[in-house]
Write a protein that binds this ligand. Structure first.
Ligand code: ATP
Ligand code: MG
Length: 389
């Protein structure tokens, strides 16, 4: 008996003529995710089969695939010859295992699907026959066609595939099928979630982080590298640009009106991120901003921030409450790292009374009063690039 992972995919079926392109991207991403586990991946009739995974690697392979966007669900399945007695004994073995390991159950249903139309029984007959054999063997069970505790699926294709587990996938679109965008990543809770959400829509990510050494520590930087690594488990590979921001930040602090410092800093971050994004072939910026969350995220402040760049800025969390964002962070595994207490450069120089309704003309004037151009060039020139996988 061979064990395979049967993979169902998502919205790709909507993509018409582009469908093969999306399917290929999904398979490539799966192959990368399964690196080191020697998978053989086959695509066939709207399904993907992962073969050749060693028995002991199955949990690891399954876990990694639950983070690949574009996968709707996964089922570890037994693949056996279509000979009826072979199918029955594999199904009974699987039921036995399920009852022993998956907790008690009283009801079941057989769900047969037959894409081999020459098979000697049709789906109804398979349901009835196999259902009877299961009842003979496990008399404590009964059939419940509406809400069974165990769904025993049998698919008759080139071989017979038998399974009773359906593990939810990450859904979304395969990473890399929607172009590239640049995530402004801080050490906070929000931006890693924002990156995850846009990667889920198929974007390739790169990321920009601004640090203000020595006001922010080496550990704060390590934390951002770690967060980027956690997001890259979903986003395949992320190029991380680490931009030294101390000089610009100190200049803003010393030469600009105190209450405007946060919004000015955000404008300069956006400008530099846009430059890096364009040079690296990104078409949009992504931030973790959420309307009204802090003074720099009022509608007025967001308009002033937006004015600094020409690129589209995606803010996937704009309508989310903090609690909702934290829930996603926990689910995707970034929360624990995000709450480590190292400073971000945004939190080092916080004005006592930040403007909550900045006026665009005022902010433009304050920014124009200082010549930042050389500082921007220097920051970009001194930027360090890491490729995070
Ligand atoms: P986060 O939890 O992502 O840090 P936040 O609620 O703390 O967000 P801000 O500090 O105002 O909000 O930052 C808003 C957004 O600006 C962040 O979500 C992120 O996209 C970007 N940002 C903030 N600080 C940095 C930084 N040091 N480097 C890069 N981007 C940053
Ligand atoms: Mg922050």
């Amino acid at each position: 008996m061979e064990k395979v992972l049967l993979v169902r995919y998502t919205e790709i079926h909507l993509k018409g003529l582009n469908r093969p392109y999306f399917e290929r991207a999904l398979v490539d991403n799966m192959r990368r995710a399964l690196h080191g586990l020697c998978p053989k991946i086959e695509r066939e009739h709207g399904r993907i089969y992962v073969r050749n995974i060693a028995e002991e690697d199955f949990p690891e392979a399954t876990e990694r695939l639950t983070r690949v966007f574009g996968i709707h669900s996964l089922s570890p399945a037994a693949a056996v010859d279509k000979d009826w007695e072979t199918v029955v004994s594999a199904a009974l073995e699987l039921m036995e295992k399920r009852l022993a390991e998956g907790g008690p159950a009283r009801s079941f249903k057989v769900l047969a699907r037959r894409s081999d139309k020459h098979y000697f029984m049709n789906s109804d007959e398979i349901n009835r026959e196999l259902g009877g054999r299961v009842l003979d063997r496990f008399p404590e069970l009964h059939v419940d066609v509406h809400s069974p505790e165990i769904k025993l699926s049998v698919e008759i294709r080139d071989m017979a595939y038998i399974y009773c587990e359906e593990i939810p996938g990450a859904n979304g679109m395969p990473t890399g099928t929607a172009g590239k965008a640049t995530l402004l990543i801080s050490g906070g809770i929000d931006s890693p979630v924002a990156g995850y959400m846009m990667a889920k829509r198929g974007l390739t990510l790169n990321a920009v982080h601004f640090y203000s050494y020595p006001y922010t520590s080496e550990r704060a930087r390590d934390k951002v590298v770690e967060l980027t690594k956690l997001v890259s488990r979903y986003a395949v590979e992320i190029k991380l640009f680490l931009v030294p921001f101390t000089k610009i930040q100190m200049t803003i602090y010393e030469q600009c009106p105190e209450k405007e410092t946060t919004v000015l800093m955000r404008r300069l971050m956006m400008k530099i991120a846009e430059r890096i994004a364009k040079e690296d072939g990104s078409m949009a910026l992504i931030t973790g901003e959420s309307l009204g969350q802090v003074a720099s995220q009022t509608l007025e402040a967001l308009c002033v921030t937006n004015d600094a760049v020409d690129m589209p800025v995606f803010r996937p969390l704009i309508g989310f409450d903090k609690d909702e964002i934290m829930d996603i962070a926990r689910r995707i595994g970034t929360y624990e790292t995000s709450i480590l207490p190292y400073e971000d450069c945004c939190t080092v120089f916080v004005p006592k009374h930040p403007v909550t309704k900045p006026k665009l003309d005022d902010l433009r004037a304050s920014e124009a009063a200082v010549d930042f151009s050389e500082m921007i060039e220097k920051a970009i020139a001194d930027t360090e690039v890491l490729v995070i996988k």
